[in-house]
Design a protein. Sequence first.
Length: 287
Amino acid sequence: MRNKKAFALIELLVVVALLSILSAVGVVTYNGYVSGAKDRSAYSNFNQIVKAMNNELANCRINPGAKIFTSHSCDSNSGPEINNISNFFNTSNFRNPYNNNQNVVGSNLCNKGEVVVSSSSVSGSYQVQYVSQKKDLKYTNIIESKWSTETTDEKFKKEAYKCASQGSTASSKPKGSFDTYESPTGLPRNGLGAWIQVDRDGNMTASYSGASVCESSYCGSQNAANRTGQYRWLPQGYKVVFVSPANASGNVSSNCANRACKYNFADGTYTHIPSGIVYDPLTGKPK
């Protein structure tokens, strides 16, 4: 009688275990590669946007009669609006590597792959930022233009930065947006206070009468009543947001004059650009 050779059960289990380990290692390695590739692509977008903005703005120094970012005239008294710049890139060939359906230029640094363009603390200059959530680093470039009121010494900065949303659970409060904004419930003094007109990125705009801050019942009560955060006659693409309540005497004041503030739709705060201080609209005080 011949002996029949076969795999013992323990040998099969060892093989299966080894294959599982190798498979798990492969998946982790692949995911790490994909994550790194997306981060590199997003950082490349950041650098290309900085370069493109420098080129566009340089055209105005060379040819005062030119148009930049598709429609802005170089002979204007002020530089292009943030919304104009954002639309220029979001309608181009730039793509967000993390989500093709999401804009590559937006207003939330913690949206993966999103580059944020905003007004710099120096009037007429721009700030371009990108956060690598893989490396926990924030990159900032300051771009000057012919409208810059002064020269910025430090034009590039890299610093540690960790998005608060990392590690959050599904039960966390969802982020707000321009489209979902409603004036807050429980507004102090029935909405009497300061309101600012902003674009989709939260940047203040020059309004109908040239004023950048509205107050009292002229805009407050209307918004408090219907909680829509916008006027009947407000142009599409803009909203009015609450930034500060009136004091006990009914007097209204705000530090947002001359378009000094940027509204953060993601968390319902606003930033005073010259100081970098973040405020709570319901109290009008720093958070």
